[in-house]
Design a protein. Sequence first.
Length: 212
Amino acid sequence: MNDTASIEHPTSLTGGDFTEAVEPWRLFAAWFEEAKRAEPINPDAMAVATVDASGLPNVRMVLLKGFDERGFVFYTNLGSVKAAELEGAPKAALTFYWKALQRQVRARGTVEAVSAAEADAYFASRSRMAQIGAWASKQSAALESRMAFEKAIAQYTAKFALGTVPRPQFWSGYRIVPVEIEFWQERLFRLHDRVVFRQGDAGTWSKTRLYP
Ligand SMILES: Cc1cc2nc3c(=O)[nH]c(=O)nc-3n(C[C@H](O)[C@H](O)[C@H](O)COP(=O)(O)O)c2cc1C
């Protein structure tokens, strides 16, 4: 996108200048609502970075399935590479990029498991096919062929033909508990607005404007 097409004064649910916000969660909620209206596909997609045992970073997209003052929640297979990495180093960074709004949100912090009740509630809300897919996928393990995957899906479809599909013990969620959340808005001529909130003592946030 060229400079002249950039958003100079983005209309916002936050009603004016986002850099005036005093805490990050209400601002995130407002931006996420706007992203859901503006982005046709996966406004909830975020890149989540972890590190392996050698310190080599790894990053992949996941879907944000919940957030509140405690953090950002996503769900995954506990046998996956990301889960092993989070086991070894329970810290992560995440980034959203909402192209239609020319906005980026970044956060980083510690990672904790969601409760079994929380994971059960989310799993129950998924479509039956997605529930079966969770059983059939040994996420991140080598798969010999598409056919082998489809066979596993057929087997679990038969196994759970009646009644509800229970949540597999190897499938649950993580909450990224941020110590920092940064908001970035594109402005004309690359003169972007950028503010970072840092977690202080007793749940307070300090805000710093940064050069873009
Ligand atoms: C838009 C998008 C959304 C995704 N959402 C999830 C998700 O919510 N959970 C998940 O485990 N994988 C999700 N994936 C797949 C991951 O990017 C990744 O391929 C998979 O989790 C294995 O990663 P790992 O080997 O690093 O554990 C998504 C991929 C894309 C492109």
